[in-house]
Design a protein around this ligand. Structure first.
Ligand SMILES: O=C(O)[C@H](O)[C@@H](O)[C@H](O)[C@H](O)COP(=O)(O)O
Length: 262
């Protein structure tokens, strides 16, 4: 089994999945801080990512994290004004970030459409790529830090971040961040990490819950290729974890589950 081989963890329902993922993430951050002093996590938008943040906010164990020594990044962002409630960062602040003592200099939000680049989403993407490159160490691949954990919600069409099936962003091999236009999920204009940037993470955790995700999960795990199923191209350097509820796991081919025992 390689690091790219997904490990599947199936929970009873989406509430338990969010709580277990929150416990797992708190532990991972605490371990990384114990080992290296700091930790870095890439957040995702979407309901499951938000539920995970809310579960951390509700957990007494959240006080075990040294929030001032945590770097936060985003895997994608809806390219709307900074205060727009549609922004992944605005939602993340409401669910958790406003409630914990983060160091603002370590909270790396993606640019908004009313920022210095105005509506130029490619310039905004390039600006975020520069910010990542500044944070990357000499040994880090591609000018992207080796994130401890990178979270991704999986869409019903197998998209991750704002990389949609057959769209230009999913074909990107050079850039670490792209501007996305014409996204099938609203809003149409977005900023997204690319698959090579995602794969610089130590651990990639994909989240999917609900029966409307069952087809996407089964498809992505059956290996049609990342152009057709972007989620299948999202894996980490040391671990790739799919955190699911039973409904989302329902259609996984039996030979793929449980892969850990294979
Ligand atoms: O902008 C967004 O919404 C996301 O970044 C997107 O990639 C999301 O994570 C998936 O669509 C899953 O969303 P749900 O968890 O809501 O199904």
């Amino acid at each position: 089994m390689t690091a790219a081989t997904p490990q599947l963890v199936v929970h009873r329902d989406k509430e338990l999945m969010a709580q277990a993922a929150a416990a797992r993430l708190i532990t991972r951050i605490v371990d990384a801080q114990a080992a290296r002093g700091t930790a870095s996590v890439v957040l995702t938008g979407g309901r499951n990512g938000n539920a995970l943040l809310a579960a951390i906010a509700a957990s007494p164990a959240r006080d075990a994290v040294d929030w001032g020594r945590l770097d936060l990044w985003w895997g994608d962002e809806r390219f709307v004004p900074a205060a727009d409630p549609d922004r992944n960062a605005v939602q993340a602040r409401a669910e958790l970030l406003d409630a914990v003592p983060l160091d603002p200099a370590r909270v790396h939000e993606m640019p908004a459409s009313d920022g210095v680049d105005g509506s130029d989403v490619e310039a905004a993407a390039a600006r975020y790529a520069e910010e990542l490159a500044k944070a990357a160490g000499p040994g880090d691949r591609l000018g992207v830090p080796a994130f401890d954990v990178l979270l991704l919600g999986v869409g019903p069409d197998t998209h991750v971040a704002s990389l949609f099936p057959e769209h230009p962003g999913v074909r990107e091999t050079e850039l670490t961040v792209v501007g996305v236009r014409g996204a099938p999920k609203p809003p149409p204009t977005r900023v997204s990490l690319t698959l090579p940037a995602i794969r610089a993470a130590r651990e990639v955790w994909l989240l999917a819950a609900g029966e409307d995700k069952a087809g996407a999960v089964a498809l992505a795990l059956s290996g049609p290729g990342e152009l057709q199923a972007p989620a299948s191209g999202a894996y980490g350097r040391s671990r790739t974890l799919w955190l699911l509820d039973r409904a989302a796991a329902e259609r996984i081919p039996p030979q793929l589950y449980p892969p850990a025992s294979a």
